[in-house]
Design a protein around this ligand. Structure first.
Ligand SMILES: [Zn+2]
Length: 437
């Protein structure tokens, strides 16, 4: 197949202006019809109110004065006065308020894949270390009260009445706590609910309002938690990692957080990609070539590149680490900083009012193929249903060039203002397929 044929198969503009895309990794077909892409990004209307400063630190259960409303923390990142960062693990309940966490790793109260799932289907039980940690945590009265309170909260949220929960004794309640110490669904929660100095409820702290250094710490901490979850049980085959930003993107709290979920299978997406990679070992180079020749490269530094995503249901930006493929937790400090700087910049350029998903794709460790770690930021703005159900062809309101034309000017402004790390933008980028080897 000639290069032009590959390009046209991936993305093609027809005579009337319709843009047809086909995702080379998933086969997803997406059309953008003319006349729809120039509308402003559809942002859900929500009432903007002044922030009540009295409530600082307790706007939601993820806020810093409400540490005891979430399950016992697994680890936290703190920043010292001299600017250095430190990871603290396994704090007791009474130690939680001795420092302020910049980022916390906590079990999700409502797991997608629960401890019970792992226990009943795979005979999963807490490791010796997890068992010890649980016993130590429960040994203090603060820790005991904390765990019991959260267990009861969860039981009531899942339909039990207060009377039913009160009637349960400790021997019935305690087993419910095992998942807090040996579960496979964790959250990485950022410190701030609103941007420091924010005046109104529109000024949420988002990925894009963090500093590049804070964003690096956030990503590194997430990657380390991901590696850790692979060690949860021998049947963990994939750890899904994502960030839902704002309710239309699936977030239950508008407090910045990422999620990590250990699962006992490869994802459908992973299997589809592995199949295509097996048939065409140069698939990534081909996608990169399409992005370069069609003018879809947005930003680049020494370790990563950001490009308008081709063939996605929602307008998307993809961030690809450069060089030989590696998994997130294998990144050197420079690599992680390079990737993080681009992810941060794209979030900042997208803007915090746009609901979005950040999805991480990586190689399952039990697979040898050189599947590449990549991140996708999807703008969850409205799409047109009905047509899609019947045809399996998706309509995306903004084509990849439209994404580029919205993101690039913002990236230039943010770079000029020093709000994102230094990087090459648009025409300044120099990418070739050799950059992937
Ligand atoms: Zn909050």
């Amino acid at each position: 197949m000639s290069k032009e044929q590959i390009d046209n198969q991936a993305i093609q503009r027809l005579a009337d202006g319709t843009v047809k895309q086909k995702n080379m990794l998933t086969g997803t077909e997406v059309w953008t019809v003319p006349g729809r892409g120039h509308r402003p990004l559809t942002v859900p209307t929500q009432s903007v109110e002044p922030i009540d400063p009295e409530k600082h630190g307790e706007y939601c259960a993820f806020c810093e004065n409400r540490y005891l409303e979430t399950p016992p923390e697994k680890a936290r990142i703190v920043r010292h006065e001299d600017g250095s960062w430190q990871k603290l693990r396994g704090l007791s309940a009474s130690e939680l308020s001795e420092t302020t966490a910049e980022f916390r790793r906590i079990p999700n109260l409502f797991e997608i894949v629960s401890y019970k799932y792992w226990h009943l289907n795979h005979g999963h039980v807490p490791s010796e270390a997890e068992h010890r940690r649980m016993a130590e945590y429960l040994a203090s009265s603060e820790g005991y009260d904390h765990v019991m309170r959260v267990v009861k909260m969860r039981l009531m949220a899942s339909g039990k009445t207060a009377e039913e929960v009160d009637a349960m004794d400790d021997s019935q309640l305690l087993p419910e706590a095992s998942g807090f110490f040996s579960g496979g669904h964790d959250l990485i929660v950022a410190k701030n609910h609103y941007e420091p100095g924010g005046q109104s409820t529109a000024e949420l702290a988002s990925s894009g309002t963090l500093t590049p250094e804070e964003h690096y710490q956030y990503m590194k901490f997430t990657a380390e938690a991901m590696e850790d979850l692979y060690g949860l049980n021998e049947n963990v085959r994939y750890v899904a990692c994502f960030q839902n930003w704002l309710k239309p993107a699936g977030a239950s709290f508008d407090h910045l957080h990422k999620q990590l979920v250990a699962i006992d299978a490869h994802s459908v997406q992973t299997d589809a990609e592995l199949g295509r990679l097996r048939r065409d070992p140069e698939i990534y180079e081909k996608i990169m070539k399409v992005a370069v020749t069609r003018g879809l490269i947005l930003a680049q530094n020494d370790h990563a590149v950001a490009l308008s995503g081709i063939g996605h249901r929602y307008p998307s930006v993809a961030i690809w680490p450069l060089g030989p493929s590696y998994n997130p937790w294998e990144a050197t400090e420079e690599q992680m900083r390079g990737v993080s700087d681009l992810v941060h910049a794209i979030h900042a350029a997208t803007g915090r009012d746009v609901p979005c998903n950040e999805e991480w794709y990586h190689r399952p460790p039990d697979i040898a193929s050189p599947m590449r770690w990549r991140l996708l930021i999807k703008w969850r703005i409205s799409t047109l249903a009905g047509f899609e159900g019947g045809t399996r062809i998706y309509l995306n309101t903004i084509d990849p060039w439209g994404v580029r034309d919205r993101v690039l000017p913002e990236l230039r402004r943010l770079r000029d203002e020093g709000k994102i790390a230094d990087m090459r933008l648009g025409d300044e980028c120099r990418i070739s397929t050799d950059d992937l080897s």
